[in-house]
Design a binder for this molecule. Structure first.
Ligand SMILES: Cc1cc2nc3c(=O)[nH]c(=O)nc-3n(C[C@H](O)[C@H](O)[C@H](O)COP(=O)(O)O)c2cc1C
Length: 184
């Protein structure tokens, strides 16, 4: 099993990147994870670009990456009460072509970290919503880390209960992939 990780913060030292690493550490043995590193270079979605002869290479890479992975983990900060545009743009690209999108039926989960105690709740909710509308099989429960600048010690969440919740969510994602494979 392999998981594609989409991290919505593009900055070095991102707490969401640390959260992504903490989640990946919980993946079952034999599971690999890849962070899609080109989100900053992904063009804004445009239907004019969404043709074989005009498709930007990064959009093609993203679609192929989603298709080649068993599950997607969306890791989101909260920008003005919602997802950062980099993540929404990524979901928009993989939601097309209509009827043949790489995200359709893909198991997915959403986690997020923000500097405020609200733990990116609105962004997580919006992440679930847009993935669902795009056709992914999203786990409704999410895990959020509040006061994120104080939440990590040596790459791990210092709150053991929160770390356990993260492990539980990642385990559920792995189970969902196994079920989808059995059903196929
Ligand atoms: C444009 C912008 C808007 C933000 N809006 C919110 C917000 O609505 N709610 C919130 O809790 N934090 C907000 N923040 C603060 C982020 O939670 C904080 O920068 C967070 O750590 C970003 O994640 P990162 O550490 O992974 O970069 C905002 C930050 C930026 C840059």
């Amino acid at each position: 099993m392999n998981v594609l990780v989409l991290v919505g913060s593009l900055r070095a030292g991102s707490t969401n990147r640390q959260l992504a690493d903490a989640a990946v550490a919980h993946l079952p043995e034999g599971t690999s994870a890849t962070v899609f590193e080109q989100l900053a270079d992904l063009a804004h979605y445009s239907e004019e670009l969404d043709h074989d002869d005009a498709l930007p290479q990064v959009a093609r890479d993203l679609r192929e990456a989603v298709a080649d992975h068993d599950a997607v983990l969306l890791v989101t900060p909260e920008y003005n009460g919602s997802l950062p545009s980099a993540l929404k743009n990524a979901v928009d690209w993989v939601s097309r072509p209509r009827g043949a999108s790489s995200i359709a039926g893909k198991p997915a989960a959403v986690i997020g970290a923000s500097g405020s105690p609200r733990a990116a709740q609105w962004a997580r909710e919006d992440g679930v919503k847009v993935l669902k509308v795009a056709g992914a099989e999203v786990i409704e429960d999410t895990v959020g880390v509040g006061s994120a600048f104080q939440a990590f010690e040596e790459g791990r969440l210092s709150d053991g209960e929160l770390d356990a919740a993260l492990g539980d969510l990642v385990g559920r994602l792995a189970t969902q992939v196994r079920r989808a494979r059995t059903a196929a």
